[in-house]
Design a protein around this ligand. Sequence first.
Ligand code: N01
Length: 541
Amino acid sequence: MSCKDTRERVGALDFDVVVVGAGFAGMYMLHRLRGMGFSVRVFERGGGVGGTWYWNRYPGARVDGPSMQYSYSFSPELEQEWRWTEHFAAQPELERYANHVADRFGLRRDIQFDTAVTSATWDDTQQLWSIGTGRGDTVTARWFVAATGCLSATNVPGFPGLDTFKGRWLHTSRWPKEGIDLLGKRIGIVGTGSTGIQAIPELAAEAAHLYVFQRTPAYSLPSDNRPLEPEFEQDWKRRYRELRQAARKTWFGSVAFVAAERSALEVPEDERDRIYEAAWGKYGGVLTAFNDLTVNEAANETASEFVRKKIRQIVKDPGVAEKLSPRDYPIATKRICIDNGYYETFNRPNVTLVDVKADPIQAITPTGLRTANAAYDLDVLVFATGFDAMTGPLFRMNITGRNGVKLQDKWAAGPRTYLGLATEGFPNLFIIAGPGSPSVLSNMMVSIEQHVEWISNLLDHARNTGTDAVEAKRDAEDAWVDHVNAVADDTLYRRANSWYVGANIPGKPRVFMPYVAGVGTYRERCDAVAAAGYDGFRLQS
Ligand code: N01
Protein backbone atom coordinates (compact mmCIF):
# COMPACT_ATOMS: atom_id res chain seq x y z
CA MET A 1 0.00 0.00 0.00
CA SER A 2 1.32 3.47 -0.86
CA CYS A 3 1.47 6.40 1.55
CA LYS A 4 -1.26 8.06 -0.46
CA ASP A 5 -3.50 5.04 0.07
CA THR A 6 -2.79 5.19 3.78
CA ARG A 7 -3.75 8.86 3.93
CA GLU A 8 -6.93 8.32 1.99
CA ARG A 9 -7.94 5.45 4.24
CA VAL A 10 -7.61 7.52 7.39
CA GLY A 11 -8.74 10.83 6.01
CA ALA A 12 -7.47 12.79 8.99
CA LEU A 13 -3.78 12.13 8.45
CA ASP A 14 -1.46 15.08 7.79
CA PHE A 15 1.74 13.03 7.60
CA ASP A 16 2.70 9.42 7.61
CA VAL A 17 5.37 10.12 10.22
CA VAL A 18 6.13 12.91 12.66
CA VAL A 19 9.69 12.91 13.94
CA VAL A 20 10.71 15.02 16.92
CA GLY A 21 14.24 16.36 16.86
CA ALA A 22 16.63 17.35 14.06
CA GLY A 23 19.80 16.06 15.63
CA PHE A 24 21.75 13.26 14.00
CA ALA A 25 18.92 10.77 14.75
CA GLY A 26 16.07 12.89 13.38
CA MET A 27 18.00 13.98 10.32
CA TYR A 28 18.75 10.42 9.22
CA MET A 29 15.23 9.27 10.09
CA LEU A 30 13.84 11.97 7.81
CA HIS A 31 16.22 11.18 4.98
CA ARG A 32 15.61 7.46 5.14
CA LEU A 33 11.81 7.60 5.43
CA ARG A 34 11.51 10.18 2.71
CA GLY A 35 13.60 7.98 0.46
CA MET A 36 11.13 5.17 1.11
CA GLY A 37 8.21 7.34 0.01
CA PHE A 38 6.75 8.30 3.39
CA SER A 39 5.55 11.83 4.06
CA VAL A 40 7.45 13.16 7.07
CA ARG A 41 7.43 16.30 9.21
CA VAL A 42 10.23 16.96 11.70
CA PHE A 43 9.68 19.33 14.60
CA GLU A 44 12.79 20.83 16.15
CA ARG A 45 12.90 23.01 19.26
CA GLY A 46 16.12 24.72 18.16
CA GLY A 47 16.74 27.13 15.34
CA GLY A 48 18.99 24.77 13.37
CA VAL A 49 20.03 21.16 12.86
CA GLY A 50 22.56 19.24 14.93
CA GLY A 51 20.79 18.53 18.24
CA THR A 52 23.50 18.13 20.88
CA TRP A 53 25.89 20.03 18.63
CA TYR A 54 23.42 22.83 18.08
CA TRP A 55 22.82 23.39 21.79
CA ASN A 56 26.16 22.63 23.45
CA ARG A 57 28.28 25.64 22.48
CA TYR A 58 30.09 26.04 25.77
CA PRO A 59 33.85 26.70 25.58
CA GLY A 60 35.67 23.40 25.11
CA ALA A 61 32.71 21.41 23.72
CA ARG A 62 34.13 18.56 21.69
CA VAL A 63 33.19 14.98 20.83
CA ASP A 64 34.91 12.34 22.95
CA GLY A 65 35.08 9.65 20.27
CA PRO A 66 37.04 9.69 16.99
CA SER A 67 35.41 11.90 14.36
CA MET A 68 36.06 9.38 11.58
CA GLN A 69 33.73 7.03 13.45
CA TYR A 70 31.39 9.61 14.98
CA SER A 71 29.87 10.30 11.58
CA TYR A 72 27.19 8.87 9.33
CA SER A 73 27.97 5.69 7.43
CA PHE A 74 24.76 5.51 5.40
CA SER A 75 26.17 7.45 2.45
CA PRO A 76 29.58 6.38 1.08
CA GLU A 77 29.69 9.62 -0.94
CA LEU A 78 29.16 11.71 2.18
CA GLU A 79 31.84 9.92 4.15
CA GLN A 80 34.31 10.30 1.29
CA GLU A 81 33.68 13.99 0.66
CA TRP A 82 33.54 15.26 4.25
CA ARG A 83 36.91 16.16 5.79
CA TRP A 84 37.39 16.27 9.54
CA THR A 85 40.25 18.50 10.63
CA GLU A 86 40.88 16.88 14.05
CA HIS A 87 40.72 13.39 15.47
CA PHE A 88 38.10 14.63 17.98
CA ALA A 89 36.04 17.36 16.35
CA ALA A 90 35.03 20.46 18.26
CA GLN A 91 31.43 21.71 18.41
CA PRO A 92 31.69 24.26 15.55
CA GLU A 93 32.94 21.58 13.16
CA LEU A 94 30.25 19.11 14.23
CA GLU A 95 27.59 21.75 13.72
CA ARG A 96 29.03 22.49 10.27
CA TYR A 97 28.86 18.77 9.47
CA ALA A 98 25.19 18.64 10.52
CA ASN A 99 24.46 21.63 8.30
CA HIS A 100 26.36 20.09 5.41
CA VAL A 101 24.27 16.92 5.69
CA ALA A 102 21.05 18.94 5.86
CA ASP A 103 22.02 20.87 2.71
CA ARG A 104 23.34 17.88 0.82
CA PHE A 105 20.17 15.84 1.31
CA GLY A 106 17.72 18.78 1.16
CA LEU A 107 16.42 18.05 4.65
CA ARG A 108 15.38 21.54 5.72
CA ARG A 109 12.19 21.67 3.68
CA ASP A 110 10.62 19.05 5.93
CA ILE A 111 11.89 20.41 9.24
CA GLN A 112 9.95 22.99 11.22
CA PHE A 113 12.47 24.80 13.44
CA ASP A 114 11.83 26.74 16.65
CA THR A 115 8.95 24.41 17.33
CA ALA A 116 8.71 22.28 20.46
CA VAL A 117 6.29 19.39 20.63
CA THR A 118 4.18 19.98 23.71
CA SER A 119 1.66 17.15 23.44
CA ALA A 120 1.23 13.85 21.64
CA THR A 121 -1.96 11.85 22.05
CA TRP A 122 -2.84 8.46 20.58
CA ASP A 123 -6.27 8.23 18.97
CA ASP A 124 -7.26 4.60 19.21
CA THR A 125 -10.31 4.95 16.99
CA GLN A 126 -8.47 6.42 14.05
CA GLN A 127 -5.17 4.78 14.95
CA LEU A 128 -3.09 7.91 14.66
CA TRP A 129 -1.11 10.33 16.76
CA SER A 130 -2.33 13.88 17.29
CA ILE A 131 0.67 16.09 17.92
CA GLY A 132 0.53 19.60 19.35
CA THR A 133 3.31 22.17 19.25
CA GLY A 134 4.23 25.20 21.33
CA ARG A 135 3.20 27.33 18.36
CA GLY A 136 -0.37 26.17 18.64
CA ASP A 137 -0.38 23.80 15.65
CA THR A 138 -1.86 20.32 15.81
CA VAL A 139 -0.99 17.71 13.21
CA THR A 140 -1.85 14.06 12.83
CA ALA A 141 0.40 11.22 11.81
CA ARG A 142 0.22 7.44 11.74
CA TRP A 143 3.69 7.04 13.23
CA PHE A 144 5.46 9.10 15.86
CA VAL A 145 9.24 8.88 16.28
CA ALA A 146 11.05 10.44 19.22
CA ALA A 147 14.52 11.45 18.07
CA THR A 148 14.76 13.74 21.06
CA GLY A 149 18.20 12.70 22.27
CA CYS A 150 19.13 11.34 25.67
CA LEU A 151 20.75 14.50 27.01
CA SER A 152 18.57 17.37 25.89
CA ALA A 153 16.42 18.23 28.94
CA THR A 154 18.68 20.49 30.99
CA ASN A 155 19.02 20.19 34.76
CA VAL A 156 19.46 23.42 36.69
CA PRO A 157 19.44 22.64 40.42
CA GLY A 158 16.85 24.58 42.39
CA PHE A 159 19.28 26.53 44.57
CA PRO A 160 17.44 29.20 46.56
CA GLY A 161 18.16 32.77 45.52
CA LEU A 162 19.09 32.10 41.88
CA ASP A 163 16.61 34.75 40.75
CA THR A 164 18.37 37.36 42.90
CA PHE A 165 21.79 36.89 41.27
CA LYS A 166 22.93 40.20 39.73
CA GLY A 167 25.59 38.64 37.50
CA ARG A 168 24.92 36.36 34.57
CA TRP A 169 24.08 32.69 35.02
CA LEU A 170 23.71 30.05 32.36
CA HIS A 171 23.56 26.31 31.77
CA THR A 172 26.30 24.96 29.52
CA SER A 173 23.86 23.54 26.98
CA ARG A 174 22.14 26.91 26.57
CA TRP A 175 25.33 28.83 25.80
CA PRO A 176 24.50 31.71 23.43
CA LYS A 177 25.60 31.49 19.80
CA GLU A 178 27.41 34.80 20.03
CA GLY A 179 29.38 33.59 23.08
CA ILE A 180 29.85 35.67 26.23
CA ASP A 181 32.61 37.92 27.42
CA LEU A 182 34.48 36.05 30.14
CA LEU A 183 37.74 37.96 30.07
CA GLY A 184 38.80 39.11 33.52
CA LYS A 185 35.56 37.92 35.11
CA ARG A 186 35.10 36.10 38.41
CA ILE A 187 33.53 32.87 37.26
CA GLY A 188 31.95 30.06 39.24
CA ILE A 189 31.17 26.67 37.72
CA VAL A 190 29.02 24.03 39.39
CA GLY A 191 29.55 20.50 38.08
CA THR A 192 32.55 18.39 37.13
CA GLY A 193 31.10 15.82 34.72
CA SER A 194 32.14 15.52 31.04
CA THR A 195 30.91 19.04 30.34
CA GLY A 196 32.51 20.76 33.32
CA ILE A 197 35.79 18.97 32.65
CA GLN A 198 35.85 20.26 29.07
CA ALA A 199 34.83 23.79 30.02
CA ILE A 200 37.04 24.32 33.08
CA PRO A 201 40.43 24.68 31.31
CA GLU A 202 38.88 27.13 28.82
CA LEU A 203 37.13 29.20 31.48
CA ALA A 204 40.30 29.31 33.58
CA ALA A 205 42.23 30.75 30.66
CA GLU A 206 39.84 33.74 30.51
CA ALA A 207 38.82 34.28 34.10
CA ALA A 208 40.28 36.65 36.65
CA HIS A 209 39.46 33.82 39.00
CA LEU A 210 37.63 30.52 38.51
CA TYR A 211 35.88 28.75 41.39
CA VAL A 212 35.10 25.10 40.65
CA PHE A 213 32.27 23.82 42.84
CA GLN A 214 32.74 20.04 42.85
CA ARG A 215 30.30 17.62 44.48
CA THR A 216 31.74 14.37 43.11
CA PRO A 217 35.18 14.11 41.54
CA ALA A 218 35.30 12.45 38.12
CA TYR A 219 37.78 10.07 36.56
CA SER A 220 39.15 11.79 33.50
CA LEU A 221 41.53 10.53 30.84
CA PRO A 222 43.56 12.78 28.56
CA SER A 223 42.29 13.11 25.02
CA ASP A 224 44.72 12.30 22.26
CA ASN A 225 43.20 14.95 20.07
CA ARG A 226 45.42 16.30 17.32
CA PRO A 227 45.03 17.44 13.73
CA LEU A 228 43.87 14.58 11.53
CA GLU A 229 46.83 13.38 9.50
CA PRO A 230 46.06 13.11 5.72
CA GLU A 231 47.53 9.57 5.63
CA PHE A 232 45.26 8.50 8.49
CA GLU A 233 42.24 10.00 6.76
CA GLN A 234 43.08 8.36 3.43
CA ASP A 235 43.62 5.00 5.04
CA TRP A 236 40.25 5.20 6.78
CA LYS A 237 38.49 6.35 3.65
CA ARG A 238 39.96 3.48 1.70
CA ARG A 239 38.76 0.92 4.26
CA TYR A 240 35.58 2.65 5.43
CA ARG A 241 33.12 -0.11 4.42
CA GLU A 242 35.09 -2.81 6.18
CA LEU A 243 35.73 -0.68 9.30
CA ARG A 244 32.12 0.42 9.64
CA GLN A 245 30.98 -3.16 9.36
CA ALA A 246 33.48 -4.25 12.01
CA ALA A 247 32.44 -1.41 14.36
CA ARG A 248 28.81 -2.55 14.29
CA LYS A 249 29.84 -5.90 15.75
CA THR A 250 31.84 -4.52 18.68
CA TRP A 251 30.59 -3.79 22.21
CA PHE A 252 30.87 -0.01 21.96
CA GLY A 253 30.35 0.52 18.23
CA SER A 254 33.91 1.59 17.55
CA VAL A 255 36.90 -0.32 16.24
CA ALA A 256 39.09 1.91 18.38
CA PHE A 257 37.38 0.91 21.62
CA VAL A 258 37.80 -2.84 21.99
CA ALA A 259 39.04 -4.42 25.21
CA ALA A 260 42.19 -6.52 25.23
CA GLU A 261 41.58 -10.21 25.90
CA ARG A 262 43.13 -10.46 29.35
CA SER A 263 42.15 -9.83 32.93
CA ALA A 264 43.76 -7.02 34.92
CA LEU A 265 44.43 -9.59 37.62
CA GLU A 266 46.34 -12.07 35.49
CA VAL A 267 49.41 -9.88 35.02
CA PRO A 268 51.93 -8.85 37.71
CA GLU A 269 51.55 -5.38 39.17
CA ASP A 270 54.60 -3.85 37.48
CA GLU A 271 53.55 -5.14 34.07
CA ARG A 272 50.01 -3.91 34.66
CA ASP A 273 51.34 -0.47 35.45
CA ARG A 274 53.43 -0.48 32.29
CA ILE A 275 50.31 -1.39 30.31
CA TYR A 276 48.31 1.43 31.90
CA GLU A 277 51.17 3.90 31.32
CA ALA A 278 51.30 2.97 27.64
CA ALA A 279 47.51 3.31 27.42
CA TRP A 280 47.37 6.73 29.15
CA GLY A 281 46.54 9.38 26.58
CA LYS A 282 45.36 6.91 23.95
CA TYR A 283 41.68 6.73 22.95
CA GLY A 284 40.00 3.91 24.84
CA GLY A 285 43.39 3.40 26.52
CA VAL A 286 43.06 2.66 30.21
CA LEU A 287 39.48 1.41 29.90
CA THR A 288 40.26 -1.14 27.19
CA ALA A 289 43.60 -2.30 28.58
CA PHE A 290 41.87 -5.29 30.21
CA ASN A 291 38.56 -7.08 29.70
CA ASP A 292 37.18 -7.17 33.24
CA LEU A 293 37.25 -3.56 34.46
CA THR A 294 33.47 -3.14 34.42
CA VAL A 295 32.66 -6.53 35.91
CA ASN A 296 35.30 -7.27 38.54
CA GLU A 297 35.77 -4.93 41.47
CA ALA A 298 39.40 -5.85 42.16
CA ALA A 299 40.30 -5.49 38.49
CA ASN A 300 38.52 -2.16 38.35
CA GLU A 301 40.37 -0.90 41.41
CA THR A 302 43.69 -1.31 39.58
CA ALA A 303 42.53 1.15 36.90
CA SER A 304 40.84 3.48 39.42
CA GLU A 305 44.01 3.65 41.49
CA PHE A 306 46.15 4.19 38.39
CA VAL A 307 44.11 7.30 37.51
CA ARG A 308 44.36 8.55 41.12
CA LYS A 309 48.13 8.10 40.89
CA LYS A 310 48.15 10.18 37.71
CA ILE A 311 46.16 12.92 39.44
CA ARG A 312 48.74 12.97 42.27
CA GLN A 313 51.53 13.25 39.68
CA ILE A 314 49.89 16.10 37.77
CA VAL A 315 48.38 18.24 40.54
CA LYS A 316 51.07 19.93 42.62
CA ASP A 317 49.04 20.61 45.78
CA PRO A 318 48.51 17.19 47.46
CA GLY A 319 45.35 18.43 49.21
CA VAL A 320 43.81 19.51 45.91
CA ALA A 321 44.93 16.25 44.25
CA GLU A 322 43.18 14.26 46.97
CA LYS A 323 39.96 16.27 46.58
CA LEU A 324 40.06 15.59 42.83
CA SER A 325 40.50 11.84 43.38
CA PRO A 326 37.32 9.75 43.11
CA ARG A 327 37.14 7.26 45.98
CA ASP A 328 33.55 6.12 46.29
CA TYR A 329 32.70 4.59 42.92
CA PRO A 330 34.55 2.43 40.39
CA ILE A 331 36.01 3.95 37.23
CA ALA A 332 33.72 3.72 34.16
CA THR A 333 30.54 3.26 36.19
CA LYS A 334 29.90 6.94 35.61
CA ARG A 335 30.53 8.11 32.09
CA ILE A 336 34.30 8.42 31.71
CA CYS A 337 35.46 11.98 31.05
CA ILE A 338 37.97 12.87 28.37
CA ASP A 339 39.86 16.11 28.86
CA ASN A 340 42.35 18.53 27.44
CA GLY A 341 44.46 19.62 30.41
CA TYR A 342 41.80 19.30 33.13
CA TYR A 343 43.92 18.27 36.10
CA GLU A 344 46.73 20.65 35.06
CA THR A 345 44.26 23.55 35.36
CA PHE A 346 44.28 23.15 39.14
CA ASN A 347 47.94 24.19 39.20
CA ARG A 348 46.94 27.66 38.01
CA PRO A 349 46.97 30.42 40.63
CA ASN A 350 43.59 31.73 39.45
CA VAL A 351 41.71 28.46 40.05
CA THR A 352 40.17 27.33 43.34
CA LEU A 353 38.55 23.95 43.90
CA VAL A 354 35.67 24.02 46.37
CA ASP A 355 34.46 20.68 47.70
CA VAL A 356 30.71 21.20 48.00
CA LYS A 357 30.13 17.74 49.38
CA ALA A 358 32.09 18.77 52.47
CA ASP A 359 30.85 22.38 52.38
CA PRO A 360 27.45 22.29 50.63
CA ILE A 361 26.03 25.06 48.48
CA GLN A 362 23.35 26.81 50.52
CA ALA A 363 22.19 29.62 48.27
CA ILE A 364 22.87 31.85 45.33
CA THR A 365 23.06 35.45 46.51
CA PRO A 366 22.86 38.75 44.61
CA THR A 367 26.67 38.84 44.52
CA GLY A 368 27.59 35.18 44.12
CA LEU A 369 27.31 31.81 45.82
CA ARG A 370 27.23 30.90 49.50
CA THR A 371 28.25 27.57 50.94
CA ALA A 372 27.82 26.52 54.57
CA ASN A 373 31.25 27.98 55.41
CA ALA A 374 32.10 30.66 52.86
CA ALA A 375 30.82 33.19 50.33
CA TYR A 376 32.17 33.60 46.79
CA ASP A 377 31.74 36.81 44.77
CA LEU A 378 31.00 36.04 41.14
CA ASP A 379 30.25 37.85 37.88
CA VAL A 380 29.28 34.72 35.96
CA LEU A 381 27.84 31.47 37.28
CA VAL A 382 27.95 28.44 34.98
CA PHE A 383 25.85 25.35 35.62
CA ALA A 384 27.50 22.26 34.12
CA THR A 385 24.93 20.27 36.04
CA GLY A 386 23.83 17.88 33.34
CA PHE A 387 20.48 16.65 32.18
CA ASP A 388 17.32 14.83 33.12
CA ALA A 389 18.70 12.04 30.99
CA MET A 390 16.88 9.65 28.68
CA THR A 391 13.35 9.97 30.08
CA GLY A 392 13.31 13.79 30.55
CA PRO A 393 13.12 14.63 26.81
CA LEU A 394 10.23 12.18 26.37
CA PHE A 395 8.23 13.30 29.39
CA ARG A 396 8.31 16.95 28.45
CA MET A 397 6.33 16.12 25.27
CA ASN A 398 3.32 15.03 27.39
CA ILE A 399 2.80 11.74 25.60
CA THR A 400 -0.57 10.06 26.17
CA GLY A 401 -1.13 6.52 24.94
CA ARG A 402 -4.08 4.13 24.80
CA ASN A 403 -6.86 4.66 27.39
CA GLY A 404 -5.48 8.09 28.32
CA VAL A 405 -2.40 6.67 30.06
CA LYS A 406 0.46 9.17 30.34
CA LEU A 407 3.99 7.97 29.63
CA GLN A 408 5.14 9.55 32.92
CA ASP A 409 2.60 7.44 34.80
CA LYS A 410 3.43 4.22 33.02
CA TRP A 411 7.12 4.84 33.72
CA ALA A 412 6.63 6.17 37.25
CA ALA A 413 8.89 3.45 38.65
CA GLY A 414 11.37 3.71 35.75
CA PRO A 415 11.27 3.30 31.98
CA ARG A 416 9.82 0.08 30.56
CA THR A 417 10.48 -0.68 26.91
CA TYR A 418 10.70 -3.54 24.50
CA LEU A 419 14.17 -3.43 22.90
CA GLY A 420 14.41 0.21 23.98
CA LEU A 421 12.38 0.97 20.87
CA ALA A 422 8.75 0.85 21.94
CA THR A 423 6.54 0.64 25.01
CA GLU A 424 3.29 -1.25 25.51
CA GLY A 425 0.17 0.97 25.51
CA PHE A 426 1.78 3.48 23.14
CA PRO A 427 1.22 2.05 19.66
CA ASN A 428 3.20 3.43 16.74
CA LEU A 429 5.56 5.35 19.02
CA PHE A 430 9.22 4.56 18.44
CA ILE A 431 12.17 5.91 20.38
CA ILE A 432 15.65 6.29 18.92
CA ALA A 433 18.44 5.35 21.34
CA GLY A 434 15.95 5.15 24.20
CA PRO A 435 16.22 3.52 27.62
CA GLY A 436 16.64 -0.23 27.30
CA SER A 437 18.94 0.10 24.27
CA PRO A 438 22.76 0.54 24.27
CA SER A 439 22.27 4.23 23.60
CA VAL A 440 24.57 6.36 25.73
CA LEU A 441 26.85 3.36 26.36
CA SER A 442 27.86 3.28 22.72
CA ASN A 443 29.11 5.28 19.79
CA MET A 444 25.83 7.13 19.33
CA MET A 445 26.15 7.31 15.56
CA VAL A 446 26.24 3.54 15.28
CA SER A 447 23.26 3.17 17.60
CA ILE A 448 21.30 5.89 15.82
CA GLU A 449 21.82 4.38 12.39
CA GLN A 450 20.84 0.93 13.59
CA HIS A 451 17.61 2.22 15.16
CA VAL A 452 16.69 4.39 12.19
CA GLU A 453 17.14 1.48 9.80
CA TRP A 454 15.27 -0.97 12.02
CA ILE A 455 12.32 1.40 12.57
CA SER A 456 12.06 2.39 8.91
CA ASN A 457 12.14 -1.26 7.84
CA LEU A 458 9.30 -1.96 10.27
CA LEU A 459 7.27 0.95 8.86
CA ASP A 460 7.87 -0.36 5.36
CA HIS A 461 6.74 -3.82 6.46
CA ALA A 462 3.60 -2.30 8.03
CA ARG A 463 2.83 -0.42 4.84
CA ASN A 464 3.30 -3.54 2.72
CA THR A 465 1.07 -5.66 4.97
CA GLY A 466 -1.69 -3.10 5.54
CA THR A 467 -0.78 -2.79 9.21
CA ASP A 468 -2.06 0.37 10.89
CA ALA A 469 -0.83 -0.16 14.41
CA VAL A 470 2.28 -1.77 15.89
CA GLU A 471 2.53 -2.16 19.64
CA ALA A 472 4.94 -3.90 21.98
CA LYS A 473 3.33 -6.79 23.86
CA ARG A 474 3.37 -6.67 27.64
CA ASP A 475 5.06 -10.04 28.11
CA ALA A 476 7.80 -9.20 25.59
CA GLU A 477 8.39 -5.90 27.34
CA ASP A 478 8.51 -7.49 30.79
CA ALA A 479 11.00 -10.08 29.57
CA TRP A 480 13.16 -7.36 27.97
CA VAL A 481 13.18 -5.22 31.12
CA ASP A 482 14.18 -8.28 33.16
CA HIS A 483 16.94 -9.04 30.67
CA VAL A 484 18.27 -5.45 30.68
CA ASN A 485 18.38 -5.56 34.48
CA ALA A 486 20.00 -8.99 34.59
CA VAL A 487 22.78 -7.89 32.25
CA ALA A 488 23.39 -4.75 34.32
CA ASP A 489 23.45 -6.84 37.51
CA ASP A 490 26.46 -8.72 36.16
CA THR A 491 28.43 -5.46 36.01
CA LEU A 492 29.59 -2.75 38.40
CA TYR A 493 27.51 -0.03 36.73
CA ARG A 494 24.93 0.23 39.48
CA ARG A 495 27.70 1.08 41.95
CA ALA A 496 27.73 4.78 41.03
CA ASN A 497 25.20 7.53 41.65
CA SER A 498 25.13 8.45 37.99
CA TRP A 499 22.64 9.85 35.54
CA TYR A 500 22.58 6.33 34.04
CA VAL A 501 20.43 5.45 37.07
CA GLY A 502 18.69 8.82 37.37
CA ALA A 503 20.57 9.65 40.58
CA ASN A 504 21.26 13.26 39.55
CA ILE A 505 17.58 14.26 39.54
CA PRO A 506 15.91 14.46 42.96
CA GLY A 507 12.96 12.04 43.14
CA LYS A 508 13.78 10.21 39.90
CA PRO A 509 13.45 6.42 40.28
CA ARG A 510 16.77 4.56 40.50
CA VAL A 511 16.73 2.34 37.44
CA PHE A 512 19.75 1.53 35.31
CA MET A 513 18.56 2.75 31.91
CA PRO A 514 20.97 1.68 29.14
CA TYR A 515 21.39 -1.90 27.87
CA VAL A 516 24.97 -2.93 28.61
CA ALA A 517 25.34 -6.06 26.49
CA GLY A 518 26.86 -4.02 23.67
CA VAL A 519 25.75 -2.88 20.24
CA GLY A 520 26.81 -6.07 18.42
CA THR A 521 24.73 -8.34 20.61
CA TYR A 522 21.88 -5.86 20.63
CA ARG A 523 21.79 -5.62 16.84
CA GLU A 524 21.57 -9.42 16.60
CA ARG A 525 18.61 -9.40 18.99
CA CYS A 526 16.79 -6.69 17.01
CA ASP A 527 17.47 -8.45 13.70
CA ALA A 528 16.18 -11.73 15.09
CA VAL A 529 12.95 -10.05 16.23
CA ALA A 530 12.43 -8.58 12.74
CA ALA A 531 13.27 -11.88 11.03
CA ALA A 532 10.65 -13.63 13.17
CA GLY A 533 7.92 -11.32 11.84
CA TYR A 534 8.45 -8.69 14.57
CA ASP A 535 8.12 -11.15 17.38
CA GLY A 536 6.92 -9.48 20.58
CA PHE A 537 4.95 -6.81 18.71
CA ARG A 538 1.21 -6.86 18.00
CA LEU A 539 0.59 -5.87 14.38
CA GLN A 540 -2.98 -4.73 13.73
CA SER A 541 -4.70 -3.95 10.43
O1 N01 B 1 26.49 16.19 33.20
P1 N01 B 1 26.79 15.15 34.39
P2 N01 B 1 27.44 16.62 31.98
N1 N01 B 1 25.05 20.52 43.36
O2 N01 B 1 25.44 14.77 34.92
C1 N01 B 1 27.04 18.11 39.35
C2 N01 B 1 27.65 13.66 27.62
N2 N01 B 1 28.71 14.59 27.27
O3 N01 B 1 26.74 17.66 31.23
O4 N01 B 1 28.23 13.80 40.25
C3 N01 B 1 26.34 20.34 43.00
O5 N01 B 1 27.69 14.08 33.98
C4 N01 B 1 27.21 16.62 39.35
O6 N01 B 1 27.65 16.18 40.60
P3 N01 B 1 27.32 14.65 41.08
C5 N01 B 1 28.25 12.50 28.39
O7 N01 B 1 27.53 11.34 28.10
C6 N01 B 1 29.60 14.21 26.33
O8 N01 B 1 28.82 16.88 32.47
O9 N01 B 1 25.85 14.41 40.72
N3 N01 B 1 26.71 19.68 41.91
C7 N01 B 1 28.22 16.46 38.23
O10 N01 B 1 29.51 16.76 38.66
C8 N01 B 1 28.04 12.96 29.79
O11 N01 B 1 28.08 11.95 30.76
C9 N01 B 1 30.61 15.05 26.00
O12 N01 B 1 27.59 14.65 42.51
C10 N01 B 1 25.75 19.21 41.12
C11 N01 B 1 27.77 17.53 37.24
O13 N01 B 1 27.02 18.49 37.99
C12 N01 B 1 26.69 13.62 29.69
O14 N01 B 1 26.75 14.32 28.47
C13 N01 B 1 30.75 16.27 26.62
C14 N01 B 1 24.39 19.38 41.41
C15 N01 B 1 26.87 17.00 36.17
O15 N01 B 1 27.56 16.03 35.44
C16 N01 B 1 26.37 14.60 30.80
O16 N01 B 1 27.54 15.32 31.13
C17 N01 B 1 29.84 16.64 27.55
C18 N01 B 1 24.06 20.07 42.59
N4 N01 B 1 22.79 20.24 42.96
C19 N01 B 1 28.82 15.79 27.87
N5 N01 B 1 23.66 18.80 40.43
C20 N01 B 1 31.56 14.65 24.99
O17 N01 B 1 31.28 14.05 23.98
C21 N01 B 1 24.55 18.27 39.57
N6 N01 B 1 25.80 18.52 39.98
C22 N01 B 1 32.91 14.99 25.27
